[in-house]
Every structure is written in C-alpha cells, then in structure tokens.
Design a protein around this ligand. Sequence first.
Ligand SMILES: Nc1nc2c(c(=O)[nH]1)N[C@H]1C(S)=C(S)[C@@H](COP(=O)(O)OP(=O)(O)OC[C@H]3O[C@@H](n4cnc5c(=O)[nH]c(N)nc54)[C@H](O)[C@@H]3O)O[C@H]1N2
Ligand SMILES: Nc1nc2c(c(=O)[nH]1)N[C@H]1C(S)=C(S)[C@@H](COP(=O)(O)OP(=O)(O)OC[C@H]3O[C@@H](n4cnc5c(=O)[nH]c(N)nc54)[C@H](O)[C@@H]3O)O[C@H]1N2
Ligand code: SF4
Ligand SMILES: [Mo]
Length: 886
Amino acid sequence: MPVKTSCPYCGVGCGVIADRDASGAVTVRGDPLHPANFGRLCAKGSALAETIGLEGRLLAPVVNGQETSWDTALDHVAEGFARIVREHGPDSVAFYVSGQILTEDYYVINKLAKGFIGTANIDTNSRLCMASSVAGHKRAFGSDTVPGCYEDLETADLLVLVGSNAAWCHPILYQRMVAAKANNPACRIVVIDPRRTATCDGADLHLPLRSGSDSVLFNGLLAHLASSNAIDRAFVDESTTGAEAALQQVAGQTVAQTADICGLAEGAVALFFDWFAKTERVVTLYSQGVNQSSSGVDKVNAIINCHLLTGRIGRPGMGPFSLTGQPNAMGGREVGGLANQLAAHMEIENPRHRDIVQRFWQSPIIADKQGLKAVDMFDAIADQRIKAVWIMSTNPVVSLPDADRVRRALDACELVVVSDCMRHTDTTRHAHVLLPALTWGEKDGTVTNSERRISRQRRFLPAPGAARADWQTVCDVAQRMGFSGFDYPNAAAIFREHARLSSFENEGTRDFDLSALNTLDDRAYDALTPIQWPVTREYPTGTPRMFETGQFFTPDRKARFVPVTPRAAVNATSRDYPLVLNTGRVRDQWHTMTRTGKSPRLLAHVFEPYAEFHPDDARMAGVENGGLARLTSPWGEMVARVVVTAEQRRGCVFVPMHWNGEYAGDGRVNALVNPATDPISGQPESKHTPVKAAAYLPKWHAFILSRQEIARPEAGYWVGGLSGTCWRMELTGDERPASWRDWARAQLRVGQDDIEWIAYRDPKVGRFRYAAVRDGRLEGCVFIAPDHKLVSRSWLSGLFAEQALSANARMSLLTGQPLDAGQDVGPIVCSCFGVGQHQISAEIKKGAASVDEVGRRLKAGTNCGACKPEIGKLLRGAAVRDSQAA
Ligand SMILES: Nc1nc2c(c(=O)[nH]1)N[C@H]1C(S)=C(S)[C@@H](COP(=O)(O)OP(=O)(O)OC[C@H]3O[C@@H](n4cnc5c(=O)[nH]c(N)nc54)[C@H](O)[C@@H]3O)O[C@H]1N2
Ligand SMILES: Nc1nc2c(c(=O)[nH]1)N[C@H]1C(S)=C(S)[C@@H](COP(=O)(O)OP(=O)(O)OC[C@H]3O[C@@H](n4cnc5c(=O)[nH]c(N)nc54)[C@H](O)[C@@H]3O)O[C@H]1N2
Ligand code: SF4
Ligand SMILES: [Mo]
C-alpha cells in the first residue's frame, strides 16, 4: 500500500509516496499532489530507500555500555534526572534537542522541561540554524512569522538570495524558482554570497561580498531606496514605526562607500540597488550566510527594513523569506523548543503567557527565566553547572562550534543520555545511556516546512528491534519522575493538545493559531493534508500569506524598523590566522552523514572533506590542487583535500561541515570553528573563523577499493565509506610497512590460496599497485604513491561491476590507467542516474551544446535537476571538481 509522507531532510518539506512490496523492498517517489514539490524529489529525497536499511542502527537501550531493557534504561534516566534536580535544582539539568524530531516529540519534551522540571535549559540545534531569523522576525513583527509562501517565489520579478546556496540546500524550491524565471522574461535572480556557488548559475547577478558585510550592503540599499523615491509612504505611515531612526542611521551612505566596504564592484552594487528600487515584486530569501553570524539578527533586520520601507510585504510575489533548514525547524519554534521561548509562540518573560501555559498544562511549576542557549549550555556542562543532559536527534560533537570542547564537556558530565537511531556517532560514544529511536518511515507525526505548511510524516515500516518513538520515551521518563499529563495514547492526542494550546486565550493576539484543528480526531489526523498555519475559523483551509491587512503582532500592531549599526566579526583574521574559514553544505550529504552516508550513490558525489582555496591564497599557503592541507585555528585543526578555484573569494577558504569521526580521521571542521555568537540570538558564527593553512605532506598516499568493508586506520588522514560500487578508503602515512604486499593483503582481508595477484612495484619511487582477483573477478585493489598523484578511482570502481576482468582491464590495472579512455566515467555529477563528468564532457565534445541537450543524450539532470549547474560549468569548459581524484 503506498503511504503518503514527507521527506526527512530539508525545510522545503517535499511530499513523498513510499511503497513497500511483499518482499519488503521499499520504493519512494515524489507526491504529485504535495504543494511543496508537485511530484519532484532531489537526489537526497530520491535516495531515501537506500538509507532505511538496519545496518548501524541502535536497536536496544544501552546503559554504561551494556544492552539492557527499556525498564532499566528508563528508570536509570528518570532516577538520575530526579536525583540531580533534587540535589542541585532544576537548572542543573538540560535537554539538547533538534529540528529533526517531530512536532509531537518536541511538544512533550518542552512541556517536561519547562512545565514540570521547571527549567528552560532546553535548547536545540535550531540555535545553530534559525535563531537569528527568529529574533529578527520578533524584533520587526512582534512574532516569529514567515510572511510569505512558495508561490510568491514563482510570481516575483526579482529574487534576491542572500547567504543561501539553494541549488544544493533547497534543490526543489530552487528548481521551482528557475522554472518560474524561464517562464517570466522579466524575472531576475541576484545571489549575494562570498563564493560563487551552484546557485549563481541560474542568476543574473552575483555579488561576492566580503564575508560578514551583509548589513552594510542592506543599509546601503535602504539609503538608496530612500533617495530614489521607492518609499511606500502610506504603508510606512500606517503600518510601521521607527522609519526615521533607521533612515537616519544610513543617511548619506553612498553606493561607492557600500561597494568599498563590501569589497564589491561599484557598478554591480548600483545595478542591484537599481533593480531592487524599480521592481515591485521582490522576494529576499536568506539562509545561513545571514543567520550564522555574530551579527545575524542585525543582518535579518537590515533586510526586513528594505521590505518595510517599500511596503513589499504581505502581498503576492514579495516579502522577506527565511529559508528554514531542517524538516521541522518551524515545528520546533511553534512548540517553543528554544531556551528563550515558552510554547505556542508565547514568551517566557511575559507573566501573562506563563500563566496561560501553566494553567493550560496544569503544571506544578513553570520556568520563569530564559535557559542557556546551545553554546552556553555546553560551557555549563563543561564546568559542571549542568550535571545531566539529554541529547535527542542531533550530533553536537560534530555540529557545534569548538567541537573538541563539546567532547570534553560530555566527558566531564555526570549523566549523558542520547536518543538516536544510530548506534555509533561521534556523540553516542560519550553517552552513559543510549535510547533507541524510531526514525523516518517508522514514526508518525507532523512537521512544518519553510512556508508554515504542516505535513504528516507517516509510518510505513515496522518498528525495528526495541526502538521507540521519541515522544513515547519522553512520556515514559516523565511518568517515572512522577508527573501527570504525559499519558497520551498516540501522536494524534499530542497534536490536539498542541493545537488547543495555540488557541487557548489567544483571541488574535498570537500569530500561531491552530484553533480549527483543536478537535481533529484520530482518523482526521491520519488523513490530514498539508496545510499552512494559522488554521482558524476564519481561515479553515490555512493561510498562505500573513500581514495582508498591514497589521502585525506588536502591541501597537505596527511593524518596527530596526536601525542597524554594522559590526565586524568577533574574531577577526590576523597575521597568524590570515584566512576566513567559511563552512556549509554539499549537494548530496545531510549534516553529519548518519543517514546519507549510507547511500553509495550519494557518497559518490563528493567522497572526501575538501578545502576550497582561491589560487592566490593556495600559492601563499603553499598548497596544491589535489594535495592535502592542514587547517589550524585558535580552537583546533583538521586535514582536508585541497581544491583550488577562482570561484572562491580571495582570503576565504570553504570547508563542508559534514565529515566526522565515523567517516574520516581529522575531518571534523567544527573542531576549528569559532564559538563566538550573536549577542541577541546566541547563534554561532559558523561562517567566519580565522585560520591558517599549510601543506600536509605525509610520506605516502594510498587508496583501497574493496568488495569488503575496509578497517579504519588508527591514526593519520583517512576517509572511508561505501561509494558507488565498492568500499573505498583514502589514507596516508609516515611509517612504511616492511612489505607493501603483506600490507595490501591485510587491508583487503583476503587469504593466500584462491587469490591471483596483479602487482606492479617501483620501490625506488615508492609506487605500488596490487589487485586481488578471485575467479576472474576483482576483489579489491590497493594503490600506493609517494605523493597525492594516484589514478582515477571512478574508473577502477567501474571494474567491480564486471563479472570477469578482461585482458585489457588486467593490463590497465598493471599500468594504472584505462587502456580505453571511455571506460572512465569520471567523478559522478548526476547522482540520480549515475552519470560521470567524463561522459558529459564526451557528449559536449560530440556537440551537445546545452544542459537540456546533455539531458536528452545521457538523462543527466533530468530527474531532480540539482546537477544542472555542474553540467553548465562543464559546458563553459570548467572542470567540476578537478582535484577530486574521485
Ligand atoms: N544538501 C544539503 N541540503 C541541506 C542541508 C544539508 O546538510 N545538506 N541542511 C539543511 C539545513 S539544516 C540548513 S540550515 C540549510 C542551509 O542552507 P544554506 O544556508 O543555503 O547552506 P550553507 O551551505 O550552510 O550556507 C549558505 C551560503 O552562505 C554563504 N556565506 C558565508 N558567509 C557569508 C556572508 O558573510 N554573507 C553571505 N551573504 N553569505 C555567506 C556560504 O558561502 C554558503 O554558500 O540547508 C538545508 N539543506
Ligand atoms: N561549521 C558548521 N557547523 C554547523 C553548520 C554549518 O553550516 N557550519 N550548520 C548548523 C546547522 S544549520 C544545523 S541544522 C546543525 C545540524 O547538525 P546535527 O543536528 O548535529 O546533524 P544531524 O546529522 O542532522 O544529526 C541528527 C542526529 O539525529 C539522528 N536521528 C535521525 N532521526 C532521528 C529520530 O527520529 N530520532 C532521534 N532521536 N534521532 C534521530 C541522526 O542519526 C543524527 O545522529 O549543524 C550546525 N553546525
Ligand atoms: S528538496 Fe530534497 S531534501 Fe529537501 S525536502 Fe525536497 S526531496 Fe527532501
Ligand atoms: Mo540547519
């Protein structure tokens, strides 16, 4: 039976139809009726079926390293938390949760912390993600409201993407924007990002601004709008306050000054300002390049100011639009899962709100002051002010800044409880108690996407092992701690309570209102179709657009301008640390890779952690394309593969955030990242860390490809995983083994007898190649060299698909290169159809002159379209990831 659910990855919130046949095999496809994606899925969404296998899953509770029963584990957690609260007070415990749990999970854990234990020490990875947008919205609108909807992006004439690589991070939404632009000749796209990303490919203008200078740019825009007759006087007068102060703040700021401070060409800035001033329908989308900054909240308000001044908000095709990251970043905000919120968009510091929530919950206590925000929370764990922490659905040892300190903090903590679906993560290694969680496909509940649309996640798989829904685990612990109000029969009951609280004594004072869903019975909850909040008697089918009447949620119902004084980053570069480390995402991995890393198709896109350098910086640092670099900051260090590209802004290095101790040694970029935070939102400055770089020159480099999983080395640089057709390991070392052949045999874990070896040795230069063949089939190969110049892995991994190696293939294993160049498909560009760079280049040589033509010939780019920018690059003659030996 096909089941309609939604994708567990990004905030686009695509609808998915999952089907399980009699043999248990699962297929997924896009839901043609879901209003977020109308049937399309990106590479990550399309590969969901590859990630639901049970390998690596945590399937039983574990206490102090021993598998145990739920009763034992729950008693241990409840008694531990109760004792510590009794001895040291409610603020000695903490919860660190995630925008990836469902609204129902989130609701009950927030209720337990704030209403029953009485601490607001519950924070979430949304602190690293959306906190600056939340604070910016509240300053401007009096509420945390995303004003618009996806349709606005399709009807706009100008789309400004600020600090967003939507082509990779919100692929389906980006494709909707690109398609709308193709149908509307008036539509323009501007991308504001220090580096040239895949998103720039669909853009008319890219402003590669100096890292962190967004407030200067938008202040400059505000000044320009004021002086070029773009003010909507009626709207400013009737619906806003504070315009004067904001305008005074930017008075006299010229285009030339703006361009100079932002490090941009004056003409480009003037063009952007002119387009913005003259285009009525403009949407400004922003994401982590804005939020993850020590002035993130100001950046948000600098953007919103421009929309308020022009009255471009609350109308079709216009408005500021915060792109949310996680599938339920929004749901977490709705239940008040951040340390500075209460529940249902109420405020912890507002006595009336506290009274409303406490009466509604009939709770013994209510937290009355803000709790510790994520970075401060882990500081408090480190110095033992917090003695027990429950981490749920997030991997802070990888994702928090100054991540080695986070690891030390957990080691110092008396009681660390981790709820995860995976047994081994960098964080589960530090837990005293592991609680096995159901995950996507197994659990039931709701999530809210970027456009306030609530969708159901539905179960279509049986619960594996002893794993349980997170909400169930929380309620069990709450009941064991002696609290009533946690005996829900199912997720639907929690949702109803959440909806009732949203409308309880609301009377239009709060934006978040689900009053029309208060009485949804179990069957109606099961059948719930995607709907945008608020859902009220007045708007029973939901609300696509907010602020249509020019009324906001401040006491005087007017939106507020916020004057912004631009600030430099807290930890600036210096002579010792001359480069700005910028971090972010790659197309086919999700965060700490616990799920997407399991898909061989997704891992084939980018296999290794890399550091992108501008050619001038590479020269200064003495690092070489394809070689390795050690990056060092005042907080830590890592090693990554070097990519030299002019698409990187001078003075900046970009490193993806994904790699971690499960997939690489020394590949965790957050070990380096600056723990500075925004003073209002507490969001860390993940995009700006001063670092230095130097070549990392081990004595030898090697890679191993094998049909069997390859053991991880104890130390040194390594990266491993199942990629494409075989297991792959990249590694280096300084000690040379006595016999490379014995070493190769040990790595491949093959015996002596039935193996035929193809071997090439050049001990003088240190080049060795060993291939093990059994019954004519390649079992594995090991290539060793004194430098990074090894051979193409993509061609070699293609040989694993062959039933019997041809004479040519044997010869080429010996010579280390394919005899027939066509055999090497090159690095995978299109994950959906497994099409490689060399195949695309060959078609281009044969005359394919456009992305569409390449698609017609090879299918590449015709499913999710996320690789179209890379195909475009090849058409322009650039190599996609020229250094990735891939
Ligand atoms: N493939 C994939 N998609 C994802 C995710 C994933 O892990 N993988 N995660 C999801 C989540 S949780 C999130 S939050 C979103 C994030 O989505 P995005 O915010 O789009 O992604 P990032 O790569 O973190 O950062 C965006 C861009 O900010 C730029 N930037 C850095 N500094 C500055 C600056 O000072 N100013 C400006 N204007 N730009 C700057 C970076 O160069 C980068 O290209 O993605 C979601 N989607
Ligand atoms: N340097 C740098 N750091 C960053 C960022 C950056 O751009 N740069 N981005 C930040 C942002 S925006 C984000 S959102 C964070 C994300 O960072 P994290 O939240 O740490 O990353 P994930 O890998 O998504 O972690 C989710 C965990 O939950 C587990 N899990 C999955 N499903 C379930 C479930 O149903 N229940 C339970 N209990 N567990 C489950 C997964 O196995 C995994 O261990 O990273 C932040 N860190
Ligand atoms: S764009 Fe991709 S990752 Fe995001 S929700 Fe849709 S299918 Fe999932
Ligand atoms: Mo995020």
